[in-house]
Write a protein that binds this ligand. Structure first.
Ligand SMILES: Cc1cc2nc3c(=O)[nH]c(=O)nc-3n(C[C@H](O)[C@H](O)[C@H](O)COP(=O)(O)O)c2cc1C
Length: 348
């Protein structure tokens, strides 16, 4: 398996990042990608929203925007997979190139702008799969929409029957104005309308926020989510900030930065969110996870689940097994019996 992956890695890392991504999806669809056959350590098992998952490491949104390979990704060893962001109508997104590897920094900048095949294609793919594993559906808005909240409602209603959880992504930096939906009044309107619309098909509903949220923003977002009894918050999306330590010549590309340069910022914002949430609902930690230690730090900062995307661009699928083994070893080292016992340990 290692030889197969290092050969594939060498080829993929020389290609334009988006072309490499397209080839990876094709390989996953073909079934040629070797899976993770090892069992997960019992300490990694977590129960969230009433469902038991084999491990807390998930695939973040954006890798499988059109729900082409959720089961193949589960087969690589992820404990759960999030597809999307799905928009109501198909759209092209921004002109290429729009995805850049910052190899020296182990970071990625993207300004994709929600390219996707739209709701109907995602729905038919999700409807055709056998319901196995834990698959979340992340929804967004079309760029030219006149009522963006209505887009979230439309996608949520149509996809709730096929989703183990739904995510309102109000934090992509690549659709102008989208992040304004994180403001108190707009967020309340959007989430309330979505909750009401899916009331007959209850699915855990969570919101995904930006790691650039200020303390005041977090006060508002958490107050809204607590008032509405939301089921969770994902912290978070890519950042518009550029740490001064970035080395890559691509660092000034427009877009959201992810990967290793985002680790500390996103874990800090997760911790601040967790202090405000006070255990009222689970949190998902996302941003710059590339090791078991990164995942453990997010869990100790208050995350019940963790997600990643960018680190896989550099390390490929073997990373998933490595992170799980490292996390299990860290729990054993600290004599912590389960992930649940470590959630929020740094807040106490
Ligand atoms: C190429 C790319 C596309 C993305 N597309 C989406 C998206 O459609 N919806 C979304 O909520 N997040 C999207 N994200 C953000 C990721 O889900 C994640 O929040 C972010 O990259 C931080 O995690 P990471 O450092 O592990 O990559 C995208 C990220 C990348 C790199």
């Amino acid at each position: 398996m290692a030889v197969w992956y290092s050969l594939a890695d060498t080829i993929l890392s020389r290609l334009d990042a988006e072309t490499a991504h397209g080839l990876a999806i094709r390989a996953l669809k073909s079934g040629l990608m070797p899976g993770d056959r090892g069992a997960d350590a019992p300490s990694l098992s977590v129960t969230v929203w009433g469902r038991r998952l084999p491990n807390p490491i998930g695939l973040a949104a954006g890798f499988d925007k059109n729900a082409e390979v959720p089961d193949a990704m589960l087969g690589l060893g992820f404990g759960f997979v999030e597809i999307g962001s799905v928009t109501p109508r198909p759209q092209d997104g921004n002109p290429r190139p729009r995805l850049f590897r910052l190899a020296e920094d182990r970071g990625v900048i993207n300004r994709m702008g929600f390219p996707g095949q739209g709701l109907e294609v995602a729905r038919s793919r999700l409807a055709a799969r056998a319901r196995r594993g834990f698959v979340g559906v992340n929804v967004g808005a079309n760029k030219d929409s006149s009522d963006r909240a209505a887009d979230y409602v439309a996608c949520s209603v149509a996809l709730a029957p096929y989703a183990d959880y739904l995510v309102c992504n109000v934090s992509s930096p690549n659709t102008p104005g989208l992040r304004n939906l994180q403001g108190r009044a707009q967020l309340t309107d959007l989430l309330k309308r979505t909750q009401d619309a899916i009331a007959s098909k209850p699915v855990p509903l969570v919101v995904k926020i930006a790691p650039d949220a200020t303390d005041d923003d977090l006060d508002d977002i958490v107050a809204v989510c607590r008032d509405l009894r939301m089921d969770g918050i994902i912290v978070g999306n890519t950042t518009l900030s550029r740490p001064p330590t970035l080395q890559s010549g691509r660092r000034e590309e427009t877009g959201g930065l992810s990967g290793a340069p985002l680790t500390t910022l996103s874990t800090d914002v997760l911790r601040k969110t967790a202090r405000r949430v006070e255990g009222q609902f689970p949190l998902v930690g996302c941003g710059g996870v590339g090791s078991g230690a990164d995942a453990y730090a997010k869990i100790r900062a208050g995350a019940s689940l963790v997600q990643l995307y960018s680190a896989m661009v550099f390390d490929g699928p073997p990373l998933i097994r490595r992170i799980k083994d490292e996390l299990a070893a860290l729990l054993a080292r600290d004599k912590v019996a389960s992930v649940a016992d470590a959630v929020g340990a740094d807040l106490r």
